[in-house]
Each structure stands twice: as C-alpha cells, then as structure tokens.
Design a protein around this ligand. Structure first.
Ligand SMILES: O=C[C@H](O)COP(=O)(O)O
Length: 322
C-alpha cells in the first residue's frame, strides 16, 4: 500500500555525454510489451481496503493540468484552489487527509504568474509547458526564450517538447543537444522531457528517445502532450520504465516518470501506479519521481473516494482493477 508522502524533493539529473552504444543492441519486443501491459492489472490486484490509499497517492502525484486554448486566469485560479484542496472537505476530514495537495499544477507560460500567486505559501510547484508546446516546431532560440520566460515568472518545473523529427531521422546528437540546451535554460527549475510517444512510430524509438533525453539531463521523462492522436498507454510506459531502469543501472541516477494525456479514471491511476511498483519499485510512487499528468482524472478519483467513505465503494468498484 502506498504511504502518504511529503511534497516533492526532486534530485537533479547531472546527465552524461551522449552514449549511443547504450541502445545499440536494444531489442524492444512490441507484442511482449503489449501482452505484459495488457495483463498488468490482472496479475496484481489491489486489496479493496487499500484502494483508497492508492487513489489518495494518485492525487498526491498528480500534475493537475489545464492546457486549453480558452484558458483564463480565472480558470487557473480555480485549478489552483483544487490543487490546494483537491477533495471535498468531508472526504478530506473523513479520511484524515488534512494538508493533502496535488503534486503540482501544469499550465501554459502566460498563466504561470497567476498560478504562482494562487499557490503562494502552499509548496505546490507550478509546472509550465514550454518550447513551442505541443508540436515544438519553432526555432530553438524562441523555444529557449519561452523557457526563460516561464522560469522568470516563477515556474518550478518546465515540461519541454522534443523535436519529433530528430527521433524519426535517428539524429540523436541533435536531440541530445536540444534537450541539453533546454536543460541549461531551465536553471534551477526541473526539466520534464515530453517525448510525444504517439508521434514516434515504434517502441524502439521510444526507448532511444527516453535514453537520450535522460543522458542530456532530463529530470523526468513524460509520455505525451495530451494533444497527439495517441497519448499515454501502458505498453509505451512499460518501455519508458525499462529505459529508466537501464539508465539508473548505468548511472546510479533515479529519473522521474510522468505519463500524461488521455488518462481519466481512478482505474487508470491505479494501473499506472502498479506499473511503477512492479517495474521500478516504491520510490516511483512518490511525487519526487512520479507524476500523473491529467486534466480530468481527479473527478473520478473524488467520486471513488466518496463511495469508499459512504460504504458504497465496495459494491461499485470491487472489480475496479480486475
Ligand atoms: O500534461 C498533461 C496533459 O496535457 C493532460 O492531458 P489530458 O488533458 O488528456 O488529461
């Protein structure tokens, strides 16, 4: 059962020089990854009485997100109010969760200062997307300037997007250099590298892009922007978890993982946590190393916790992860 954890304390990834031989021999067996991901939630069941704790942990690890074209300061203030107090008062009281917050909020750069102000004194980090989110098809100097803008306005974390063409062309040094420059521009802010895996064509490319982003100093690797045709999936996440494990074995560094995009249910929240526990261990159940990037998952988690409190939980979600 996941414990209740303190707010994030992310160690910086110092990175390493580009090492192409770290994935020369890599073989990703796509059908095997898909099979393993498909059986994830049936191999390991979460005891009913522990489901509430897993869901609370998902809240603690959530990057509560709004990344819509019609975002306004008022919407971001409401999002921040939800991040400060993510569940209804009677649920927080009933489950003894005073002080529970989400892992972070995630917004566009022009809304960072609104979020920083709204979260003042809470310790909840503000993440900003940058570098031409979501497609990244802008000159590098402008993409770096966007990072500087977000950092200047108080962003604690920067979710960058990579140039997908570098991956599709196998131009690993270009990908490495781009991420390394972005990392430099982040200064003290943490860098999450969004790989946009739905655009990368193969799981082999996903593994390689993960490894190069980590070598270039990414503190987290993140699946998706939420805007690709296919966003976070379990097979992709499994491959990224294996890359995280391999990078850790070679460098001793623990790098974070953020699945994002298209995850909407409490069942998703539990499935991804099981993946983390099985593939990487309990350290990846803390906000330091694990975030769920989601704009619309919290409502279902809140509903399930409400059921748990009122005793209807057992009846309605006994098979939630079967
Ligand atoms: O980074 C987070 C994603 O953009 C959220 O995607 P979503 O709106 O599908 O939950």
């Amino acid at each position: 059962m996941p414990e209740i954890h303190a707010l994030p304390n992310i160690a910086r990834n110092p990175g390493v020089p580009l090492q192409l031989d770290w994935f020369d021999q890599i073989a990703v067996n796509t059908p095997a990854a898909e099979r393993r991901a498909a059986t994830l939630t049936t191999r390991r069941t979460v005891k009913k009485e522990w489901q509430a704790a897993w869901l609370v942990n998902a809240v603690r690890c959530m990057d509560l997100t709004t990344l819509a074209g019609d975002d306004t300061p008022e919407r971001v203030r409401r999002l921040c109010a939800k991040a400060r107090s993510p569940l209804a008062d009677h649920i927080l009281d009933g489950l003894g969760l005073a002080g529970l917050t989400t892992g972070a909020v995630c917004v566009y750069p022009t809304l960072v200062s609104t979020a920083v102000k709204a979260l003042d004194g809470t310790g909840v980090p503000v993440a900003s997307v940058a570098t031409g989110f979501p497609a990244g098809l802008m000159p590098l100097n402008l993409r770096l300037a966007e990072i500087l803008y977000a950092v200047d306005h108080g962003a604690d974390e920067i979710d960058i997007v990579i140039t997908r063409a570098h991956v599709l062309d196998g131009n690993w040094s270009a990908l490495y250099d781009e991420v390394a420059e972005m990392r430099e521009a982040c200064g003290a802010a943490h860098l999450k590298a969004i790989l946009a895996t739905g655009d990368l064509k193969t799981l082999r490319n996903v593994y390689k892009a993960s490894m190069v982003a980590m070598q270039a100093g990414a503190d987290f690797i993140k699946t998706s922007t939420g805007k690709e045709g296919v966003n976070a999936t379990l097979p992709v996440s499994l491959v990224m978890a294996r890359a995280l494990r391999d990078y850790g074995a070679r460098t001793g560094q623990k790098i974070g993982f953020k699945p994002a995009g298209g995850m909407k249910t409490a069942k998703d929240a539990i499935a991804w946590q099981i993946l983390m526990k099985e593939e990487l261990g309990d350290d990846w159940l803390k906000p330091d190393l694990f975030r769920l990037g989601a704009s619309s998952m919290l409502a279902d988690i809140e509903r399930q916790l409400e059921h748990h409190l009122t005793g209807r939980y057992a009846a309605s979600s006994r098979h939630a992860i079967a």
